[in-house]
Design a protein around this ligand. Sequence first.
Ligand SMILES: [Mn+2]
Length: 343
Amino acid sequence: MKLPQVKKYLLANKLDAIILFNKDPNFRYFVKGDFEHGIMFLTKKNNYLFLSQLYAPKFEGFRVVQWKDFKKDFKAFVRKNRIRKIGIDNQELLVRQKSFLRKHFKTKDVSKFLQNLRESKTKEEVARFRKACRISDDIFKNIINNFKFKTEADIVKFIKVKALESGTEIAFEPIVANAKNAVVAHHDSGSSLKKGFLILDFGIKYKGYLSDMTRTIYLGKPNKQERGMYEKVLSIQKKCIEKARIGMKAETLYNYALKLMGKDAKYFVHGLGHGLGVEIHENPSILRKSRDKLIKGSVFTIEPGYYNPRTGIGIRIEDDVYLRAKKEVLTKSTKKLICLRLK
Ligand SMILES: [Mn+2]
């Protein structure tokens, strides 16, 4: 738990508190759960959840303060705890929340501090990632072993049902894209599955922590060019995981992937990866012009892709990587090209 670091930061920056509203991802981060109610106060002494009387949760490291009359009780609470100068998460605040806070306090944007704080993961967080990834692996296996789907939408539905059955939920709307659909951003997922590549990109949210995995399989029998392209993307994905090092600039890793793509670089149209956590895109951003570094304890994706609108070949392979002296690939589904007969 990173609450001691918050206290140090408050002292060093002469702030009385950091105030977070319920929908802020940092709010979920600090309570270590999916709770989204009230206002959070992180102060040099104690941490509080300022809540309506409807809620009486128990969270390690927090005291619950219930209000009857919001305005009156808020003022009294702030006065009692001598909160004058506060840190706010500027980018997550609504306009009315910002003006409310500015009316009552002197504010300083601490969003960068919070982002950085979340970047290296604790053991407890990594255990949650492992579980989220294990469930993703299970669902992938289930898709392959039960392949009777007629449309992309059928597979999306299957992923959602399996997530619910595992007692979790999806981390984001799954992307299931077949043949030419794999190379365009928007398409009709209701049309029948056809011969060609099929991209399956989905994730699970386990106790607030998100996995994000992509596998590309083939429906029918791939030709030599298609198989070759798959092997190329796979080899780049493996090499990039291998190359990732503590302290490396994220952009260096992205450029490495681009170099390996060679003449196909123009068909690699997105970043190489992104950090994961309580949000699906966190630090670091592994892409062109990124200023981030890969730090010890971070969890991020490595996901090179190839999308050629002329040939209709679309391929993406994505794993979640936990970076430490000994790297750990958290998603473990096979990356050998799986070819299934079209029903
Ligand atoms: Mn991703």
